[in-house]
Every structure is written in C-alpha cells, then in structure tokens.
Design a protein around this ligand. Structure first.
Ligand code: SAJ
Length: 416
C-alpha cells in the first residue's frame, strides 16, 4: 500500500513519519521546495520533540520520500492549512488546490481523507471539486446508502497538542466521519495502522463540527476565566486563588486566565462555526471578543504601573517576558504576547527588553521599534516594570527576590 500525505507541516509530517515507521510506503507532497528538500535529507523544518528521529529513520529506510507534485497512491491524506481571511471567513484555497492537485492521479478504489480543520460541508465540497476534474470517476453522496463508487472520502480531524504530537497521534481517540458509513469504515481500517486508541465512526458533517466544537469549548472556557480576571481585578481578589478554590468542586473545571488566546487553532476555529451560523453563535462570538480584548486590559495595567511610579516613560525600562503563544514553544502565530510586546515597544519607554528563551532573533514585527532581545537576568537587572506574558518553565524558576523593587504585571499568575 502507498499512502500519500499532502502537506508536510505540523500534522502532515508527523503523520507521514509515523505511517512510514509502521512499514507503509509513504509519499509526502509539499508545494514548498525547501520543505521537500529538507525532508529528503532526513531533516525537519519545525520544532516538535521526537519528530527529527522519526523522519530521519523513515527517510533512511526508504519508507518516506517527499515530492513536489502528487503521484499515484492508494490513499491520499490532506493536511494543509485552513487560515482565515481578514473578515474572519475561512480560507479554503489550500484545500481546493490540494483536491485539484491529486485529481489527475486518482484511480478507482482510492481513499481520500481530509485531516485539516474545516467548516461544516467542506468534505462534501472536496467531492465537488474533484468531480469537476474527473467526470470519469464516481463518488459517494452524503446520506446515501449507495455502496458502489470509485473513490471513498472521509474527514478525520487531527486533535494533537503541539509539543506532544508524536505521542498524541498514536494515543488519542480519533473521530472518523465518512461521506457514507462505508467510507468511514475504510478510513477507520487505515487509522488502525498507527492509532492505539479508539476510532469513532460518524458522518463527515458531525466530524467537522465536533473538531470545531472541541476548540470552541476551550475558547469559551478561557473567555470565562479571562472575564473572571477582570471581575477579580475590580474587586481586588486574587483570581488564581479563587479559581483554584472553585475547581475543588467535583464538577467545575475553569481554565486559566492569561493575556489572551493565541495559536492557529483555538483563536481561529470558533470563527468557522460563526461563519456557518452567524445568528446562532452569540456565546461563541462573545468569547472570541472577550479573549481578543484581553491584551487591551494588559496595556491598561502597564499604563497604571507607569502612573504609579510617577516618572516619565522615557526614564523607565520595561521588560516583556515571553513572546510565544503559549508555554515552552517557539510558535508566535496569533500570539497575544507578541501583540502586547509590540505595543509596549511603541510606547516610548527609555528602554524595552524582550525575553523569549525559545527564539534567537527579534521577530520582524519589531523592526519599527528599538526593543532588545536579552536573556532574562539582563532584563531583570535593569527593568522598572516587568510584564510576564508567557508561563515558560524558566520564568517559573526566577528568584522572586529579584522582582521585589519592580512593578510586576503577571498575566499568567505564575508569581502570584
Ligand atoms: N490558554 C489560556 N488558558 C488556559 C489554556 C490555554 O489562556 O487555561 C491559551 C494558551 O496560552 C494559548 C491558547 O489558549 O494562547 C491555546 O493553547 P492550548 O494549549 O489550549 O491549545 P493549542 O492551540 O496548542 O492546541 C489546541 C488543542 N485543542 C484542545 O485542547 C481542545 C489541540 O488538541 C488541537 O489539536 C489543536 O488546538 C488544533 O490543532 O486544533
């Protein structure tokens, strides 16, 4: 059997490597020539623990090779990005391109699986896009009991946590939604090659929505926590302690407030539900607003800190600790910490120090500022105001006596 994985990014590459490690012949396809070359050298282009070893072995053993254009295979797994456009509308152009790219090499009996997170109805759209290119092939129809068709199609959303992808791909339960039940069963047999947990069969629309709902559930819960942080600030209560106590209730599990919600999943996926049902998603939209507004609250806190010191900003030094979208990673996508640090860099402080232990260079967004990227001890020595934006492990180990003479804005509650 040959499996072709379209898109060698955060999900596609680990999936390709794990399948190869199980003895499957895998062809990875990516439009980015640098990625193709890197993978063919047995190397990786992303930071993900354990992945370099897997890819190195898969390429060395000949089980995995990367190419720029799709070739014939038995199964095609599409794992390309689904970003959103400026108006919060999903951008399906990568998925459409992938569907069109595999169309010429599709053969009777092939299985096509969509792994990318998508709005409801996208799996069915793939059928329509491929049909235009290949009128000679027959396809299943949603809700039909017809068992005879040439190409089986299913949606199996990935649900892995960055930093734990290699183990979660194998250990997590999977939802497998077919255009028909027969399609889902075929996809299920495929996932059993490497998934140790349960493969739960459903239809593709339910699978599409359940993935979006998982991330929206978290977004709404974090928005609740962020709202609690505003309430507690007003009432002079320690929100971290209060949530910790409330969570002692056996059926309460409130997540943690922070400077906002980042990443390419939780800050994005709720909009895919909103775009399908704009009038029915009041809570989901409000949660997005609450989380998107949290950086403004942090900026107000910084203004108050300046006022309370009573000196001009140009005479003060500020340190922003953390730029990534969450702890112990280097990923800056949709990061609220990055947005806040950038605004701080433009505020006119005498000096602005950035500390990001997982990045070596000042990100491009700061080109119009005079910020400096420094180790944490350098920043703490000179800072009048310290803004903790990410709960990186190394920040938790800071000797609190070093902070005693400074104004502290701890958005993650690690020093509270
Ligand atoms: N965050 C908080 N408070 C919390 C938890 C998280 O403010 O209590 C913030 C983080 O700091 C970060 C953002 O939320 O800015 C997202 O972080 P995350 O760790 O919750 O999630 P992601 O984006 O790294 O991964 C999520 C996961 N989804 C769920 O847990 C439901 C992962 O399983 C998905 O595979 C991934 O999205 C995805 O690709 O959809």
């Amino acid at each position: 059997m040959i499996i072709s994985v379209i898109g060698l990014g955060y999900i596609g590459l680990p999936t390709a490597a794990i399948l190869a490690s199980k003895g499957v012949n895998v062809i990875g396809v990516d439009t980015n020539k640098n990625i193709v070359d890197t993978v063919n050298q047995g190397k990786i282009h992303i930071v993900e623990p354990g992945l370099d070893f897997l890819v190195h072995n898969a390429v060395k053993s000949g089980q995995l090779r990367a190419v720029s254009n799709p070739e014939r295979a038995d199964v095609f797994m599409i794992a390309v990005p689904t970003p959103f456009k400026g108006d919060n509308e999903p951008n399906l152009s990568y998925i459409k391109s992938a569907a069109k790219a595999i169309s010429p090499v599709l053969e009777k009996g092939n299985l096509v699986i969509l792994e990318s997170t998508v709005p409801v109805g996208t799996t069915e759209k793939i059928v329509e896009w491929i049909k235009v290119e290949r009128p000679d092939l027959s396809f299943p129809e949603f809700g039909s009991n017809e068992l005879q068709y040439d190409i089986a199609i299913a949606h199996c959303p990935e649900r892995v946590l960055p930093g734990y992808v290699v183990s979660e791909l194998v250990e997590n339960d999977r939802i497998i939604g077919g255009i028909t039940t027969k399609c889902a069963k075929r996809a299920c047999d495929l996932y059993k090659i490497f998934v140790k947990a349960d493969c739960l069969i459903t239809d593709c629309r339910t699978a599409e929505l359940s993935k979006l709902v998982e991330n929206s559930f978290r977004d709404v819960n974090i928005a609740f926590a962020n709202e609690l942080s505003l309430i507690c600030d007003k009432l002079n209560i320690n929100v971290w302690k209060m949530i910790e106590l409330a969570n002692y209730h056996p059926r309460v599990n409130i997540l943690r407030p922070g400077p906002g919600v980042g990443g390419h999943c939780i800050a994005v996926d709720p909009w895919f539900i909103v775009s399908s049902a704009p009038n029915e998603t009041k809570l989901i939209q409000t949660a997005r607003e609450v989380n998107n507004n949290k950086p403004n609250f942090v900026m107000d806190k910084i203004d108050h800190a300046v006022e309370s010191i009573g000196r001009k900003k140009s005479e003060l030094t500020v340190a922003c600790l953390g730029l990534a979208f969450k702890q112990d990673i280097d990923d800056l996508r949709e990061s609220p910490a990055l947005v806040i640090a950038h605004q701080v860099g433009l505020m006119g402080f005498g000096a602005c120090y950035l500390v990001e232990p997982n990045n070596d260079e000042v990100p491009e967004i700061f080109n119009n500022t005079k910020v400096k990227l420094t180790p944490v001890d350098v920043a703490l020595e000179v800072a009048d105001i310290v803004v903790l934006l990410v709960d990186h492990s190394s920040f938790k180990e800071i000797d609190l006596s070093l902070l005693s003479d400074k104004k502290i804005i701890d958005t993650k509650g690690i020093w509270s």
